[in-house]
Write a protein that binds this ligand. Structure first.
Ligand SMILES: C[S@@+](CC[C@H](N)C(=O)[O-])C[C@H]1O[C@@H](n2cnc3c(N)ncnc32)[C@H](O)[C@@H]1O
Length: 407
């Protein structure tokens, strides 16, 4: 059921109040660019992950929707220095911090706007890449929110989405209700005023002081969340939130259907492998593999109910899909080096997913020639000996080498 306009306004005001008082995330501002990378925020790497294809060097526009205090925005700006970058949030305080953060580390320019996602049409143009982490599940009407984002995604664009999962947040939900009950007298009554939020923080902190070690809520907090919840901003985001909708695979796919976008991939694909949960029984694995895609994911989360969030890519067609099975296609493609490599240039590097990789001498020599201009065949012709097909395929599997089909 959709909330009425007056309750929508009320919820948005409460959400704004929460983040103005506890801007999220609370990471300190630094003068250096963020350490390492997050490949999910690198346009070429994310696009290649979704489609198998490097997008080339065309100009792109990127939007960080619900950017909060700008930790993600700062990464996006440093990782995509040639893109036109925009970011918006409901909370003025969070935006002030985000701007200061990007300025302090001398990030490429970002256009920041104070904006409710429902008013997204106030932003000019469409975006090739939208990042939306942690916002949709805090909206009074998430379907309207994701439809608003979809309306701003350019054809051929991708959307990175992060929403909460119900199964892995069970104990968090119980604690949220307990705090509400103690502060407002009703588990259904959200913490509406600043005084109630502050009282909720005090009550919540006290409860974690006294719950015994073997208590399930306490155990979950200690093993999964306590490190970040040292900060009041994180504690408030987790336990005091006035608006939260958690998803299961079934409701997540309903949200995706409502968006009108295409599901591309989870951005943590290793979790969603049937092999991981059923690998010890070949016949069960074979049986489960017959299920349609959504049901396979549902089975995985039912058998391993730890999912506290889903992270995934959606896309707006037309999008290419290339698996580089043909040697001819590989040879005629333009070769690009992954923008997310650690310790490059060296034979021992980290790929986009921080996996340690040892390159053969031939693979190292090949990659040193990769310039985003020449084709694989042209590079191969300049090398003696040329790289074997198997080694080329390995570089593709590692996503160290990204390929762009010729025009
Ligand atoms: C949990 S924080 C996530 C911040 C950031 N994306 C990150 O992951 O670090 C959620 C953010 O969404 C923003 N937000 C919530 N509802 C919004 C709305 N209707 N329009 C725009 N931003 C909203 C909040 O103000 C808050 O800063």
């Amino acid at each position: 059921m959709q909330p009425s306009p007056s309750s929508t306004e009320q919820i948005l005001n409460q959400v704004r109040q929460l983040y103005n008082h506890y801007p999220f995330p609370p990471q300190p501002i630094g003068t250096l660019p963020p350490p390492g990378w997050n490949w999910r925020w690198s346009w070429p790497q994310a696009y290649a992950f979704c489609t198998g294809v490097h997008p080339g060097n065309r100009p792109v526009r990127i939007l960080d929707a619900g950017c909060g205090s700008g930790v993600g925005t700062e990464y996006i700006a440093h990782q995509n220095p040639k893109a036109e970058i925009w970011a918006f949030d409901l909370s003025r305080k969070a935006l002030e911090i985000a701007e200061a953060r990007c300025q302090a580390s001398q990030a490429p320019p970002v256009q920041f706007r104070e904006l409710n996602v429902y008013d997204i049409d106030q932003l000019p143009g469409e975006f090739d890449f939208i990042n939306c982490v942690g916002m949709i599940h805090h909206l009074p009407d998430p379907k309207a929110g994701i439809q608003a984002l979809a309306s701003k995604l350019a054809p051929g664009g991708i959307l990175h989405l992060f929403v909460y999962g119900e199964l892995g947040r069970h104990e968090i939900r119980l604690m949220q209700k307990a705090i509400r009950l103690l502060v407002t007298g009703s588990e259904h009554q959200s913490l509406a005023s600043l005084e109630q939020l502050q009282a909720g923080l005090k009550v919540g902190r006290s409860l974690f002081q006294i719950l015994p070690d073997h208590n399930r809520i306490q155990q979950q907090e200690r093993t999964r969340w306590a490190t970040e919840n040292v900060d009041d901003e994180c504690f408030a985001d987790m336990y005091l939130h006035p608006q939260e909708i958690d998803y299961t695979i079934e409701t997540l796919f309903e949200l995706i259907r409502a968006s009108g976008l295409q599901f591309l991939r989870f951005s943590n694909p290793e979790f969603w492998q049937l092999q991981r949960v059923l690998g010890k029984d070949e016949s069960l694995l074979a049986q489960a593999s017959q299920l349609p895609e959504k049901e396979r994911y549902r089975l995985i989360e039912l058998l391993d109910p730890v999912v506290a969030h889903y992270e995934l890519f959606l896309g707006k067609p037309p999008l290419p899909q290339q698996d580089w099975q043909s040697a001819e296609a590989i040879l005629s493609a333009i070769a690009h080096l992954s923008p997310c490599l650690g310790l490059w240039p060296s034979r021992s590097i980290f790929n986009y997913a921080y996996e340690a990789i040892s390159l053969s001498e031939a693979a190292f020599a090949f990659l040193q020639q990769v310039d985003g201009i020449r084709t694989v065949a042209q590079i191969q012709a300049s090398l003696t000996p040329a790289l074997s097909c198997e080694q080329l395929e390995q570089l593709l599997r590692w996503q160290v080498l990204l390929l762009q089909p010729p025009e």
